[in-house]
Design a protein around this ligand. Structure first.
Ligand SMILES: *[C@@H]1O[C@H](CO)[C@@H](O)[C@H](O)[C@H]1NC(C)=O
Ligand SMILES: CC(=O)N[C@H]1CO[C@H](CO)[C@@H](O)[C@@H]1O
Length: 493
């Protein structure tokens, strides 16, 4: 008699296996795409930015530049590459440039580097302008995020020194402080070297589409718009203050008569942040930092005082390495597992919470947004002012697709998913936070609650419908970070 239930049990499990094999098969290919798209879009539709009195006000600093988009493999000749690809923190000649580019290209990793050789830099710009597909656009974290906030319906204040020509790229409705009425300022030019997935550079092939940015900034390094921003912030009444563009201070010759000018400017950024009324939420947009001294200034003067941080997978690894080991990580997996990214986010959360305490900050870190090619992950604390984390993750995922395909309509034949049918929430098997989440196309954004260092947090992960015909990669992070924030702030009346 005792055998019967066992037998029934094993028949049942065979059925389950058969069922799940078939079901899995159904879920691969295009089958998952349509429901994922539909449910992400419905979350977006149900969660719109408030208008009228509740319309959020967003202020953003610092700086703007002129972006020159160039086809990387058309500009650079792989035959000139002499020797192994490798990283340089600063580029001073053509040889270093080629090696550095090839290094990030073969990893498919985003990078941003300073070229100290102005003459070489100008020559490269001339060459780029002779290529057929080269094009100009406005660049810099602050202006790109400002445009996205504006397009999503926010009131926006932007602080950036720029010429009248550059200002023309900014929609009329955005209030810009620091711009000139003439051309007396020479806008900094950033060259965005783009490449597609599987493109070849000599013997190297890019595992994913990405971009390598090179600049030779003169205006941005000292955050020249800081003072005018300070004058304009109080009357604007921001709900959200976004700090970005500080990576332009990387590799800047900062000491003059023994005074560290850069540190002095960052002390003023700290003052700008800490003097905001308590109800203002503050977001810091990470970037590709390589200069250890600058990173140390940031972890002391900026990070302990903000509510939120946004970054990509490369910046995530770098930030954790700095906080944990005081070291820069130059390149990381360009498509990390969800469990790995979440573990890094958890560690960063706990480490920065420690810094909040140590620095006696009135603000505590309550939000981390990580954007990757395959998914968006947002962590918020339970008792924070951040709203609608699930919808924010969906919105960020949709924006990632739309931006990279350069199209507001999502065509399923241009989409793919890079997620398995389930994922582990951590790589640490013995952790309390260890569980498996099943990815359901009809409920694509997975959210759950966890306890992190005594604090209740919500974590939401949304899949990205990856654009298989990448048009744009630079600035994607800015669009995505802004899109993730836009639904999370609200004006109280
Ligand atoms: C760059 O140009 C090559 C042909 O010269 C083309 O195959 C490739 O797709 C282009 N890459 C980008 C990012 O446009
Ligand atoms: C498709 C999309 O969302 N792209 C937008 C990204 O943001 C820039 C402004 O920064 C817009 O011009 C794009 O339309």
């Amino acid at each position: 008699m005792a055998g019967a239930p066992v037998k029934f049990g094993s028949i049942l499990s065979v059925c389950i296996v058969i069922y799940s094999v078939c079901y899995r098969k159904n879920l691969t290919g295009d089958e998952r795409l349509a429901p994922v798209k539909e449910h992400l879009l419905s979350l977006e539709r149900e969660n719109r930015v408030a208008l009228g009195e509740r319309q959020p006000r967003v202020a953003l600093g610092y700086g703007a530049c002129h972006d020159l988009f160039v086809n990387a493999t058309a500009l650079l000749d792989h035959r000139m590459l002499a020797g192994e690809p490798r990283n340089f923190n600063e580029i001073s000649n053509k040889d270093e440039f080629l090696k550095s580019f090839a290094y990030f290209f073969k990893h498919g990793a985003a990078a941003e580097r300073f070229m100290s050789n102005s003459k070489l830099y100008e020559e490269l710009i001339k060459q780029a302008l002779n290529l057929p597909d080269t094009r100009w656009a406005i660049g810099g974290n602050a202006p790109l995020m400002a445009r996205r906030f504006f397009l999503e319906g926010c009131r926006v204040l932007l602080a950036a020194k720029m010429s009248a020509t550059l200002k023309k790229y900014i929609p009329e409705g955005i209030k810009v402080v620091g711009a000139l009425d003439n051309e007396q300022i020479k806008d900094d030019i950033h060259m965005i070297l783009e490449y597609k997935a599987d493109e070849e550079f000599g013997i190297y092939s890019a595992p994913r589409a990405n971009r390598y940015i090179i600049h030779n900034d003169e205006n941005n390094p000292l955050l020249s718009s800081l003072e005018v921003f300070k004058e304009n912030l109080p009357s604007f009444g921001a709900n959200l203050l976004v700090i970005g563009g500080l990576q332009m201070m990387d590799n800047f010759p900062v000491k003059s008569n023994g005074i560290d000018l850069r540190e002095q400017r960052l002390e003023l950024v700290k003052e700008q942040i800490t003097t905001q009324p308590p109800e203002v939420l503050i977001h810091f947009e990470m970037a590709s930092y390589v200069d250890l001294t600058l990173l140390n200034h940031l972890t002391r003067l900026v990070l302990p005082f903000v509510d939120s941080i946004g970054m990509n997978e490369q910046e995530l690894s770098n930030l954790l390495n700095i906080l944990e080991h005081g070291q820069v990580s130059v390149v990381a997996d360009s498509n990390p597992r969800i469990a790995t990214a979440l573990d890094q986010m958890r560690k960063i959360f706990v480490l920065i919470r420690g810094q909040n305490e140590k620095e006696g900050s009135t603000r505590k870190l309550s939000r981390i947004h990580v954007h990757t090619l395959a998914y968006q992950a947002i962590l918020t604390t339970r008792r924070s002012k951040w709203k609608r984390t699930e919808a924010a993750a969906a919105k960020a995922a949709l924006t990632a697709h739309r931006y990279v395909c350069n199209n507001d309509n999502i065509a399923l034949d241009k989409c793919k998913l890079l997620l398995d049918d389930s994922f582990a929430t951590t790589t640490e098997e013995s952790s309390d936070n260890n569980k498996r989440v099943f990815f359901e196309p009809n409920k694509p954004v997975s959210c759950w609650e966890e306890n992190l260092g005594g604090e209740s947090v919500d974590i939401c992960v949304a899949p990205v419908l990856i654009c298989t015909e990448a048009q744009l990669t630079a600035g994607a992070g800015d669009n995505i970070s802004a899109a993730g924030l836009v639904l999370q702030v609200e004006r109280s009346i």
